[in-house]
Design a protein around this ligand. Structure first.
Ligand SMILES: Nc1ncnc2c1ncn2[C@@H]1O[C@H](COP(=O)(O)OP(=O)(O)OP(=O)(O)O)[C@@H](O)[C@H]1O
Length: 245
């Protein structure tokens, strides 16, 4: 593994649609996210947060500029290589958990390995389930779990391939405050003891305060950065961006 940033965007723009109906969702965004850091991405609705995540993770292709994951240029990959990269090098945690209801917890966590045609190491699966505090729930189905527990299964599923970067798109958006706290502490812990990199889009200043750095987007542009954020300072910046006007 190289020593450079986990993630780098160089002048990334993303335009949806054409001509009269074109929307510039990202407008020349440049940023480097260090390995082993926890970054939150905030901004008003429609500011480009999801687009940022999608372009950085290889879910979507930038219209111009380059996106790097470690030393791999994500923006230049063929569809097949982008799919491989998503399977092997990044993990995703979404607001809606996206677990497969018919599969047990253990089988949900194993799924990325199966999709990548990799060997299932039961001990590794148990280790990851223990890491998220759900080893004893490994044989139940998602419907038998609380929202917070389901999200912790989703975190385990994201961790199983040992990805370089874990992307969260509003990972605590569907959770109550206390449950959200346990998921955020888990993400914080992954960065702390696993040296992994977490990048999370959120609307919640309290969630953002768990990060090392908050990036602020407005109208597709990177308009600010806050290190060692507190919920109050994040909320203040968001107010000044007109997010809650
Ligand atoms: N597939 C698409 N086709 C056309 N326009 C899109 C598409 N996806 C996003 N956009 C537009 O790009 C802009 C940025 O959208 P994006 O979803 O990245 O913002 P966001 O900050 O994540 O918003 P929110 O907080 O509301 O989820 C918006 O104006 C949106 O309408």
């Amino acid at each position: 593994m190289s020593d450079g940033p986990a993630l780098r965007l160089d002048g990334v723009s993303k335009v949806y649609g054409r001509n009269g109906s074109a929307v510039r969702a990202l407008d020349g965004v440049s940023v480097a996210i260090p390995r082993g850091s926890f970054t939150a991405v905030m901004g008003p609705s429609g500011s480009g947060k999801s687009t940022f995540l999608h372009c950085a993770a290889g879910l979507d292709r930038a219209t111009s500029g380059t996106a790097w994951l470690g030393s791999t240029e994500v923006s230049g990959l063929s569809e097949r290589r982008a799919t491989e990269l998503r399977r092997e090098r990044v993990g995703f945690v979404f607001q809606a958990f996206n677990l497969v209801p018919a599969l047990t917890v253990r089988h949900n966590v194993e799924l990325p390995l199966r999709l990548a045609g990799r060997r299932i190491d039961r001990r590794r699966v148990d280790e990851v389930l223990a890491r998220v505090g759900l080893l004893e729930k490994r044989d139940v189905r998602p419907a038998q779990l609380s929202g917070g527990q389901q999200q912790r299964v989703a975190v385990a599923r994201a961790l199983i391939t040992r990805p370089d970067v874990i992307f969260g798109d509003e990972p605590t958006g569907a959770l109550d405050t206390m449950t959200a706290k346990s998921v955020l502490e888990l993400l914080r812990g992954i960065v702390g003891d696993g040296g992994q990199t977490v990048v999370m889009v959120t609307h919640d200043p309290v969630a953002a305060s768990y990060a090392d750095t908050v990036l602020f987007l407005a109208d597709g542009r990177l308009v600010g950065e806050l290190a060692e954020p507190t919920a109050e300072r994040v909320a203040d910046r968001m107010t000044r961006l007109g997010a809650w006007a």
